[in-house]
Design a binder for this molecule. Structure first.
Ligand code: GLY
Ligand code: MN
Ligand code: MN
Length: 436
């Protein structure tokens, strides 16, 4: 992503904040894993979207019309000793020359400087209720300003969530964002292919996970976008299974939900395939049902269609399919009304995808489900999960969990499946697995 694009975004947010107001957005903090060991640092997506700045201990401030510069970055000062331990950091000079800040101050001086910046501003836009540190600081700064003068209130009058404007911007992906999402999806699709080729009974799930990470990193994706789910057999029926420590069994399916991150843009792909290389008749029937729904959903994606209409279609088709196969009995309309399908299909069809795997943006506007528009990116991921102890269905269905998930960009003429390289028809999968 170029600095020009970050600058363009700041110009946009500056206009929406408006003169006489101020915007604040903090970086992510280092998170401790255990004594003296941090989790790998991942920048806050909102902060990165506006700054391109990848350090902790920073705060971006936007003051439209400020004479000495509208975009101010508080960050760590350059410190030779610190650099020896923690590596390179930009310092105040770098914030200006490399990251386009108009002005930069040491983060250690935030409490001294920021109250003055808030003075006489009407509104403060900030990510409300997300960063305890900032919530508390803001209250203290406002108190400080109130106490300053008993006759003239210099403190802001309104605190407003920055999310509403920022997340609406993030919902629509630019050409360069789409490029990154496409790259993340392409490499992640290759990682799924590698996992399929490698997989065999007797391995542990985490050994397959290692292959995925290998493929992502060898091809330039430094990190996974979320903890990979590598779930053999009935483990696939635990939706957020990430233990990945069970042994793979010959007659089971393997569900892999994994994707890498490219310059902070995520891929989110799921494939489900037979460990033996061949689907059993029961597995095949359930798999084909999920696949047909997924393909039908992707076919519907185009500008102007309601995202919820596609979800509703998936419920209709899933319920019909479950009745046809005998997992549910009764009238389809009544089963839908009573939400009986939720025993097997309990999540929604998909979600926005972007810098965050469950990306930001409202799904409803004025209480109405949103229509898809060009530049939005969604996942399409119907799933069917039959719990191992589900006594209501025939034994042959029990313990089967299937999800098929692709990343889909809404285009002028319909859509583009960014993750199309990962095989998903029964023939494609069986052919690939039997090549081994
Ligand atoms: N990987 C999380 C999801 O599919 O939503
Ligand atoms: Mn997903
Ligand atoms: Mn997923």
């Amino acid at each position: 992503m170029t600095q020009i694009e970050f600058k363009k975004r700041r110009k946009n947010i500056m206009q929406q904040i408006g003169h006489g107001n101020i915007g604040l957005i903090p970086s992510a903090h280092h998170q401790m894993r255990n004594r003296d060991v941090d989790y790998p640092f991942r920048q806050d997506s909102d902060f990165y979207y506006l700054t391109g700045f990848n350090e902790a201990d920073a705060m971006a401030v936007f003051i439209p019309g400020r004479k000495k510069g509208e975009y101010i970055l508080f960050c760590r000062e350059f410190d030779k000793k610190k650099q020896l331990w923690e590596g390179k950091h930009s310092g105040l000079e770098g914030a200006i020359t490399d990251y386009g800040a108009d002005d930069a101050f040491p983060i250690d001086d935030l409490n001294d400087i920021l109250p003055n910046m808030l003075e006489d501003k009407h509104r403060v836009y900030y990510p409300m209720g997300r960063d305890n540190r900032l919530d508390n600081q803001l209250q203290n700064w406002i108190k400080q300003l109130r106490n300053k003068s008993r006759h003239y209130n210099k403190a802001p009058a309104e605190l407003i969530s920055l999310d509403c404007i920022l997340h609406e911007m993030r919902l629509f992906k630019s050409a360069s964002e789409i490029k990154l999402l496409r790259k993340a999806a392409k490499i992640s699709a290759q990682a799924h292919i590698r996992a399929m080729k490698y997989c065999q009974a007797g391995l542990y799930e985490y050994q397959v996970e290692a292959e995925i990470i290998h493929e992502l990193m060898q091809n330039g994706l430094r990190s996974v976008a979320y903890s990979s789910i590598v779930a053999g057999g009935k483990n696939a029926c635990t939706l957020h299974y990430i233990n990945n420590d069970a042994k793979l069994r010959k007659n089971d399916l393997l569900l892999i939900d994994a994707g890498g991150e490219c310059d902070n843009y995520a891929a989110d792909i799921t494939r489900t395939f037979p460990i033996s290389g061949k689907f059993s008749p029961a597995q095949k029937q359930l798999y084909q049902l999920v696949l047909d729904i997924q393909l039908a959903a992707i076919k519907m994606i185009k500008p102007g269609i309601s995202w919820n209409a596609i979800h509703k279609m998936s419920i209709q088709r899933m319920t019909e399919g479950l009745v046809e196969l005998g997992l549910l009995t009764g009238k389809v309309d009544k089963l839908i009304k009573d939400e009986k399908y939720k025993a097997f299909y309990m999540h929604r069809l998909g979600h926005w995808l972007g810098m965050d795997v469950h990306d930001v943006g409202d799904y409803k506007v004025h209480d109405e489900w949103r229509l898809l528009e060009v530049g939005m990116v969604v996942t399409v991921e119907p799933g069917l999960y039959v719990q191992a102890d589900c006594k209501k269905v025939a034994a042959k269905w029990r313990g089967i969990g299937i999800r098929i998930e692709d990343d889909v960009l809404v285009t002028k003429d319909g859509c583009e499946v960014l993750s199309a390289d990962a095989p998903k028809t029964i023939t494609e999968i069986e052919t690939l697995l039997q090549e081994n």
